[in-house]
Design a protein around this ligand. Structure first.
Ligand code: HEC
Ligand code: HEC
Ligand code: HEC
Ligand code: HEC
Ligand code: HEC
Ligand code: HEC
Ligand code: HEC
Length: 276
């Protein structure tokens, strides 16, 4: 069963060219059975960095989802619908390692009838997510980021690990993004008398959800953020119009959303021009 070309579980996938990393071998403790975890390397460029690397807990062994079901019945039942259920091991010797992919081997925890120090919880430490999502630690280390590494925000605040789509509403669904982000950012959620229709497209139209080099985690640092949708009309006389208004001198003063201009980018209760 053991494939010499593959790294051991607990090895360092960072050292491997990710594309060549096609499987991980997990030695199944006392039974001496090796279980090959089928690795999901998704072909699209953004996910090639997602590898499967099982976490470890000293002295503990993998026991499988059914063991967890004794005490966490509802979570195990719902888990079938989750994005990460695709990580379930396949093959004749395979046990179902879904839960333990994020929580680590659970034998000590199960034998003790529960506990907090014998099992990993990504709410306290996102390291377990970074084992597979190698690129995400970097995103949360950018100059402007959600304070996940600082322990103030958890991956679980925005992602559903146990049920349904891991990205609430599939990442594009307006209502659910408003709900997710608006839970903490009530001032930006609205409703406003004068809505900015851009916000309907979702917060990630203008913000990187994990982190960005730009302040306020913006996707663009300057007025290009707005020009994506608000075309500039250039007239022969070298004047620049936006929305039918001469902006030639305005644009020299700063971004569209800096002081005195359209500061209320998320919506306004005062005027449709979103100045306040
Ligand atoms: C015999 C019952 C039992 C089994 C089996 C069991 N658990 Fe638990 N688990 C508990 C109890 C009770 C708690 C609450 C512990 C506490 O808050 O002190 C708990 C808490 C947890 C927590 C939260 C710990 C924290 O940091 O607050 C996680 C995660 C967890 N279990 C995962 C699992 C996984 C994964 C499995 C299967 C490998 C599993 N459990 C099997 C009883 C069990
Ligand atoms: C994709 C990673 C991932 C997988 C797979 C996973 N969990 Fe979790 N689990 C988490 C995260 C993240 C949290 C913390 C949620 C939060 O931030 O509130 C958590 C928390 C928990 C807790 C603590 C109580 C709670 O709900 O917050 C228990 C118990 C638990 N998980 C059990 C399970 C069981 C049982 C399975 C398998 C059916 C499982 N988990 C699979 C990521 C995962
Ligand atoms: C054992 C490896 C592994 C661990 C640990 C893991 N993931 Fe994943 N995750 C994957 C794989 C593989 C995919 C791609 C699955 C697919 O194509 O739908 C994925 C997909 C995702 C997605 C995108 C789902 C979608 O619908 O596109 C999110 C969000 C995500 N993971 C968040 C997390 C978070 C948060 C944690 C930690 C709580 C975590 N993952 C832990 C392997 C893992
Ligand atoms: C503030 C909310 C938020 C937090 C916290 C968060 N995410 Fe996300 N994440 C999102 C949103 C929104 C998307 C959808 C992608 C988009 O629209 O840009 C996403 C997408 C993803 C994806 C799939 C697409 C991609 O970029 O690869 C993965 C994997 C992922 N997140 C992992 C994580 C992990 C791991 C953590 C914790 C270390 C985490 N996220 C914390 C909001 C968040
Ligand atoms: C669990 C609560 C929580 C959720 C959910 C959440 N955030 Fe945040 N957000 C924070 C915290 C905490 C900060 C850091 C605030 C600080 O450092 O002063 C922050 C910072 C920000 C900032 C930067 C603000 C600044 O002052 O630079 C932006 C932009 C932002 N979040 C957008 C979003 C978006 C978009 C979503 C949804 C994808 C989201 N947030 C979801 C808690 C949350
Ligand atoms: C049209 C683009 C756009 C959209 C859509 C958008 N934002 Fe913003 N957001 C901005 C800009 C620009 C700033 C920076 C304003 C400044 O210079 O201080 C900002 C700033 C923020 C801040 C920092 C506090 C502040 O007001 O300066 C938070 C938090 C925030 N946005 C959350 C959200 C949330 C939550 C959503 C979705 C409901 C969202 N944003 C949608 C453009 C946008
Ligand atoms: C995703 C596309 C999109 C982005 C990005 C966007 N907007 Fe908008 N904005 C709209 C739409 C749609 C309307 C409503 C139709 C219109 O008036 O053009 C609107 C309306 C406005 C209005 C009100 C015009 C009026 O008088 O009624 C202002 C002001 C405005 N946007 C400023 C901004 C600023 C500043 C930014 C950059 C921070 C921005 N927009 C980014 C789509 C967008």
């Amino acid at each position: 069963m053991k494939n010499e070309n593959l790294p051991e579980a607990g090895g360092k996938p960072e050292a491997q060219p990710v594309r060549d990393w096609v499987a991980s071998t997990v030695r199944w403790g006392t039974l001496g059975v090796s279980v090959v975890v089928a690795v999901v390397v998704v072909s699209c460029a953004t996910v090639t960095r997602t590898v499967v690397e099982m976490p470890t807990i000293p002295g503990a062994e993998f026991v499988g989802n059914q063991n967890c079901a004794q005490c966490h019945a509802e979570t195990v039942r719902d888990f079938k619908t989750s994005s990460h259920a695709k990580l379930q091991a396949k093959g004749t010797n395979a046990v179902n390692l879904g839960c333990e992919g994020c929580h680590g081997p659970g034998s000590l925890h199960a034998q003790a009838g529960g506990g907090r120090n014998n099992i990993l919880n990504p709410r306290r430490d996102a390291e377990t997510c970074f084992k597979c999502h190698l690129d995400k630690r970097g995103e949360f280390s950018l100059p402007h980021h959600h304070p996940v590494l600082e322990g103030k925000v958890s991956c679980g605040d925005c992602h559903h690990p146990h049920k349904g789509d891991a990205i609430a509403g599939g990442g594009t669904h307006l209502a659910s993004e408003h709900e997710t982000c608006g839970r903490c950012h009530t001032a930006q959620r609205g409703p406003f008398v004068f809505e900015h229709e851009a916000v309907r497209e979702g917060c990630t139209t203008c913000h990187k959800p994990h982190g960005s080099v730009n302040r306020r985690m913006l996707t663009e640092r300057n007025s290009n953020l707005c020009f994506k949708c608000h075309f500039q009309q250039q007239t022969a006389a070298g004047k620049v119009f936006n929305g039918g208004v001469d902006h030639t001198s305005f644009l020299k003063r700063g971004t569209c959303f800096s002081g005195g201009c359209h500061e209320a980018v998320h919506g306004s209760n005062i005027g449709s021009s979103l100045r306040f």
